[in-house]
Write a protein that binds this ligand. Structure first.
Ligand code: AR6
Length: 172
């Protein structure tokens, strides 16, 4: 049910691709930039509509919202906002919430397969070891409660990230 792959999330053939967005929902660097670049302008247009409606103040950290996946080989992009790493404040519950809320939303959409990046581990600076443990625990627990979800895939962008996730997975 949980898979780890080394690769680029924008090429994954799954129902839902999760985006590590920011609260503006209007794009950024990292995986967010790649999703908007490959998915085309339909995704940004859908995000602008969200900002013009219910999400006028942006998307809160730990929350999730869905849009079209545009030209990506997925049905939806679920955008979630990870917490910025802090050595002094523990924002783990927010990182945990990103995974759980994204999975719940995917299940509500009727998705069966979902792919996640390692949320917050790039520009937001979360240490990989800690992020992997939080991510895998949240997804393992939440998928157990989501019978419609058959595959939850973590797409790790480089070998060091893949290795850290693999070690954390074997400890689960
Ligand atoms: N496929 C899979 N993983 C990727 C890809 C890709 N195409 N590209 C990068 N990663 P980041 P964050 C990995 O920085 O830390 C954006 O500007 C990357 O190696 O994308 O949550 C947003 O708009 C890292 O392991 O997201 C926000 O402002 C992981 O994805 C901010 O960055 C997450 O890195 C969010 O920062």
């Amino acid at each position: 049910m949980i898979e780890l792959v080394l690769g680029d999330i924008t090429t994954q053939h799954v129902d839902v691709i999760v985006n590590a967005a920011n609260s503006s929902l209007l794009g950024g660097g990292g995986v967010d930039g790649a999703i908007h670049r490959k998915g085309g302008p339909e995704i940004l247009a859908a995000c602008r509509e969200l900002r013009a409606g219910h999400y006028g103040g942006g998307l809160k950290t730990g929350h999730a919202v869905a849009t079209t996946a545009g030209r990506l080989p997925a049905k939806w992009v679920v955008h979630t906002v990870g917490p910025v790493w802090s050595a002094t404040n523990d924002h783990s519950p927010l990182l945990d919430a990103c995974y759980r809320n994204s999975l719940k939303l995917a299940a509500d959409l009727g998705a069966h397969t979902i792919a996640f990046p390692a949320i917050s581990t790039g520009i937001y600076g979360w240490p990989l070891d800690s992020a992997a443990a939080i991510a895998l625990t949240a997804v393992a627990e939440e998928t157990a409660n989501s019978p419609g979800i058959t595959t939850a895939r973590f797409v790790l962008f480089d070998q060091p990230a893949y290795d850290v996730f693999e070690r954390a997975f074997s400890r689960l």
